[in-house]
Design a protein around this ligand. Structure first.
Ligand SMILES: [Zn+2]
Length: 357
């Protein structure tokens, strides 16, 4: 890996390499972008390029010096990654507290031991609570010259304005389907057709696509969900509730975990499963829309089900109706967490997206 090979983030990584080659690296950086888009990957590659002993003229790391090896192994003493403990990044992760491992900011007064910089990466800066955020703020005010901070967050507004004002922001965009497809083929040995489907499902986040490719059971489940999706366009409105039940069953990942249904967390788990399953319906209806607007030869995500896509699209009176169904699915997905009753919510959703008479 290198900064240049972070998938679909040429603008961000070009800016980072320019900082390095021109020796103008801001001491506190904030990487902003959606989950899975490559912020943490880029932060680690940036750290490597910063402390590499034989850095290339491009600003990329050599991948063969001692510092590169230790960072790749996750064992460099001067490069620390901090992920939240549960919901929050907590004060004991910054400053040592009894009963916890040493806080990452305790080492700030001491020069780095193996590299020219001490690099601290906060993987989810949006999870700081008031106490830890205020403590970080003090550290950001006057860090020693050898300290480099990299904070990652989904949006600028997810971090305190006072923290934001002390950081140089680097934006990470959604990666293109082509870039993610290529990444899956080259780095994960995924078949090209499957890679394209996973890339389309990942919403511009290579991290999400890579996680999907690591879970082969996802593919089986997706096929089951697509079988349900194919039936929606042929379902009379009165039978929508039955199809909603088939959809919920297909959304369950394998056998339910022990006691899951009875416990309080059961519905939350079911909602997560349904959320992922709705991604499949969204991709399916996006294909229907593409086919209805661009015709039978249109490029489709589910190219292996082309005939079914085309036939389903014909069941809707117009592309607008398919667009309405897609919008219903997007809204359903967004509001899923707030829906008190997942069963009722899926029945209402299904009734709205079946073709109208
Ligand atoms: Zn190196």
């Amino acid at each position: 890996m290198s900064l240049a090979s972070v998938i679909g983030q040429e603008t961000a990584t070009t800016a980072l390499r320019a900082f390095i080659t021109q020796d103008t690296v801001p001491q506190s950086l904030l990487f902003v972008g959606a989950e899975g888009v490559g912020k943490t990957t880029a932060a680690v590659e940036f750290a490597k390029a910063l402390v590499c002993k034989n850095r290339l003229p491009s600003g990329d790391a050599c991948e063969s010096c001692a510092n590169c090896h230790r960072i790749n192994a996750g064992e460099h003493p001067d490069v620390k990654r901090v992920a939240p403990d549960g919901e929050n990044t907590r004060i004991w992760q910054l400053w040592s507290r009894p009963g916890h491992p040493p806080g990452v900011l305790e080492s700030l007064p001491y020069a780095p031991v193996a590299a020219p910089k001490r690099i601290i990466i906060f993987e989810r800066a949006e999870t700081f609570n008031d106490e830890s955020a205020n403590s970080l703020l003090k550290a950001l005010e006057e860090p020693p010259p050898y300290v480099q901070f990299v904070l990652c967050a989904p949006t600028p507004s997810a971090v305190l304005p006072t923290i934001l004002s002390r950081c140089q922001m680097i934006r990470f965009r959604q990666a293109s389907v082509d870039a993610i497809t290529q990444g899956l083929i080259e780095r994960k040995n995924v078949e090209p057709a499957e890679a394209r489907v996973l890339a389309a499902y990942s919403e511009g986040a290579p991290g999400k696509a890579f996680r999907l490719s690591d879970a082969p059971e996802i593919r089986t489940q997706r096929e089951a969900l697509l079988d349900v999706a194919e039936r929606i366009a042929f379902c009379p409105p009165v039978a929508a509730f039955r199809l909603a039940e088939d959809f919920r069953n297909a959304a369950k990942p394998g056998k339910p975990k022990k006691g899951e249904a009875e416990e309080e967390g059961g519905d939350k788990t079911a909602r997560g499963d349904i959320g992922r399953a709705v991604d499949v319906l969204c991709a399916w209806y996006a294909d229907l829309l593409t086919a209805s607007v661009r015709g039978v030869d249109a490029p489709l995500v589910h190219a292996e089900r082309r005939a079914a896509v085309v036939n389903a699209a014909k069941r809707y009176a117009s592309p607008t109706q398919i667009g309405d169904a897609l919008e219903t699915l997007f809204l359903f997905r967004r509001h899923l967490a707030r829906n008190a009753n997942a069963q009722l919510a899926t029945e209402v959703m299904m009734a709205k997206i079946v073709p109208k008479g």
